[in-house]
Design a binder for this molecule. Structure first.
Ligand code: ZN
Length: 155
């Protein structure tokens, strides 16, 4: 199976963010006035699996849709992974921007050090930058906490 890509409706932003943290190409519709069919159309155009909380959205040919009834994040994640038979690969965690889904690039250390708080300067080893929104990421407590949370959720 080709690597699945996701498009989540505006109710599932957190799920989209965590799928992106796990390294899956996962976009989020954001808030807005767009209709359901427009969103499904966008998923279809980009070859993405549509994730929605709304069981009433009609089926559209050529789009796979997963209706997420689960309320808790870990159950939502489990549902998506189980549905598609995916096993999260730890080596791919933190390869995408949690804000905009772009694939992160290594950032030159010298350059990154100028942009981060002093506390980070002392502890961070590796830096990554989002080529789309310029957000900086670094190895450190945030990553460790997120990994811990994933572990608690059983991933
Ligand atoms: Zn970004």
């Amino acid at each position: 199976m080709a690597e699945p890509k996701f498009f989540a409706d505006c109710m599932l932003g957190k799920l989209a963010k965590w799928l992106a943290l796990m390294g899956y190409d996962s976009r989020f519709a954001g808030a807005g006035e767009r209709g359901d069919l427009e969103l499904v159309g966008e998923a279809k155009k980009e070859g993405r699996i549509f994730l929605t909380r709304d069981g009433k959205i009609p089926d559209v040919r050529g789009v796979r849709k997963i209706v997420i009834k689960e309320k808790r994040l870990e159950e939502q994640l489990r549902r998506v992974l189980r549905e598609l038979g995916l096993k999260p690969d730890r080596r791919r965690f933190f390869t995408r921007c949690a804000a905009c889904n772009a694939v992160l690039e290594p950032a030159p250390r010298e350059e990154a050090l100028k942009a981060v708080p002093p506390r980070v300067r002392e502890h961070a080893v590796e830096f990554f930058r989002c080529p789309a929104c310029a957000r900086l990421y670094w190895s450190g407590t945030h990553v460790e906490n997120t990994l811990k949370k994933m572990e608690q959720m059983g991933f």
